[in-house]
Design a binder for this molecule. Structure first.
Ligand code: DQA
Length: 140
């Protein structure tokens, strides 16, 4: 089982970025924990601040044997028709995740351009949203 965790813009700053919303843990430490929790899963982590690079990496799942994607597209969630189109072109399931509960926040975060293309959505559980995303894919 090969799972890709993908983070979009500004999520490289986890641990220092608005810690009251996103917590103090870094993604590198969390991914290391996830790899220990799921030794049977080949877990790849990819982060980019660039929309096109995210699309290139997602398209690569069409040929690299990836079985599922846990995607936190950051603010591109709310704006990117291109990411939505890309997800619709993939053959593996994509789980949309958010660290914060976007529905408790500003109204512009209530709209997602990718949700309809995703298998399901997990939001509001801190970094554990990613683990729940993996669980969802393992049970898919
Ligand atoms: C986020 C929520 C988005 O609205 C925001 O732009 C992010 C992070 C989250 O994980 O809670 O960058 O996706």
């Amino acid at each position: 089982m090969k799972i890709l965790i993908m983070n979009g813009p500004n999520l490289n700053l986890l641990g220092q970025r608005e810690p009251s919303i996103y917590g103090t843990g870094t993604m590198e430490t969390y991914v290391a924990e996830l790899r220990k929790l799921y030794p049977e899963v080949e877990l790849e982590y990819f982060q980019s601040n660039v929309e096109g690079l995210m699309i290139d990496r997602l398209q690569a799942t069409l040929r690299d044997g990836t079985n599922g994607v846990v995607l936190n597209a950051g603010a591109y969630t709310h704006t990117s028709i291109a990411l939505g189109d890309c997800i619709r072109s993939l053959t593996c399931p994509v789980v949309e995740v958010h660290i914060s509960n976007v529905y408790q926040r500003e109204e512009y975060r209530h709209r997602s351009m990718i949700s309809a293309a995703c298998k399901g959505i997990i939001a509001g559980f801190g970094l554990h949203s990613y683990r729940l995303g993996i669980e969802a894919l393992l049970r898919d």
